[in-house]
Design a protein around this ligand. Structure first.
Ligand SMILES: [Cu+2]
Length: 323
């Protein structure tokens, strides 16, 4: 059964830097106000939003999200009496018809994630265990979800160049197994391919629209800087954790595919998405990250961990594997 409201963070998370890279530069993509009535679940969203510019299209993408999913799992275990581990959604198995997958059509009030939302009400999810699931960021609202089989149709070039691309074409079983088999020892190319603007990570986020797609409610604040809103708040959708759980598994599988992949790492520390420069730095501009760089924690995630600490999921810190 899904617990709808988790415990609040006590004390509230600190919104200042943990001292990673450039302490002065932790400025959120959109400086959303701290909401005192938020839940611990919401705090994860806030932290992801604060760090949005540091953890996407930089070398931190895979390692930071590994720490993020792990900390979510540990929080469920230690604060919410959860006895399982972080689950993942293998969307390659649903790629032929994502919109009708079991996960997205299960209305069971205890365990179902519910269907796509109600068109008449801003795509709010109205069935399943997440019906009327209330969220705090970027402003109080109910969970929203919408299906876009052509996720890039209305998004703007030059970042998104092919409006006709279908999500099913970038999340197929064959495509992902090629990704895991490819890029021998080359972490940078592996990430560049996986995190590309019209790749599988983006594809699933955008195909499900609403909160996980970072879509805003038109006419509300924080709905003007990007054509579709703010990807920083995507952890508002519980499916985020299943999507990133699977992304972590894909990285894990790639790491374990060959000895030279195992500790391969690279990427820049500075996100560059200005159209003229980002093709040159799809996973971040210099200074380049090394395995010794601390993972940004903003006083919420475990601090003092480096990239190296999360390269092997079976080490004493993370201590998990995939079956
Ligand atoms: Cu993210």
């Amino acid at each position: 059964m899904l617990t709808k409201r988790l415990y609040r963070a006590r004390p509230p998370i600190t919104l200042h830097t943990s001292g990673t890279i450039d302490p002065g530069s932790y400025i959120p993509l959109q400086d959303i106000p701290y909401n005192a009535s938020s839940s611990l679940f919401d705090d994860f969203t806030l932290v992801h939003n604060i760090l949005n510019d540091y953890i996407h299209q930089t070398g931190f993408f895979f390692p930071w999200h590994r720490l993020f999913v792990w900390h979510f799992e540990q929080t469920l275990i230690h604060q919410c009496h959860y006895t399982g581990s972080a689950p993942y959604w293998n969307w390659t198995l649903d790629s032929d018809d994502l919109g009708h997958s079991y996960l997205l059509t299960n209305s069971d009030p205890n365990i179902g994630f519910g269907n796509f939302g109600d068109e008449a009400h801003q795509q709010e999810v109205i069935d399943g265990a997440l019906a009327n699931f209330s969220l705090s960021y970027p402003y109080p609202h109910l969970l929203r979800r919408e299906y876009f089989p052509y996720p890039w149709k209305n998004l703007t070039p030059p970042w998104f160049t092919d409006p006709t691309l279908k999500v099913k074409d970038v999340i197929s079983i064959d495509g992902i197994s090629e990704t895991i088999n490819g890029f021998r020892g080359d972490f940078r190319e592996f990430q560049t391919h996986f995190e590309r603007m019209q790749g599988p990570h983006m594809g699933v986020h955008l195909a499900l629209g609403g909160d996980i797609g970072g879509f805003c409610i038109w006419g509300k604040p924080f709905c003007d800087s990007l054509s579709y809103g703010n990807p920083g708040t995507s952890p508002s959708e519980p499916l985020f954790w299943l999507h990133h759980g699977f992304i972590d598994k894909i990285w894990h599988d790639w790491q374990n595919m060959r000895a030279e992949n195992k500790f391969a790492f690279g990427g820049g520390s500075k996100r560059e998405i200005a159209p003229e420069v980002w093709p040159k730095y799809p996973i971040g501009a210099p200074p380049d990250l090394t395995p010794d760089f601390p993972l940004p924690s903003v006083g919420f995630l475990p601090s003092g961990l480096t990239v190296k600490d999360v390269l092997d999921t079976t080490n004493d810190i993370l201590c998990y594997t995939y079956e």
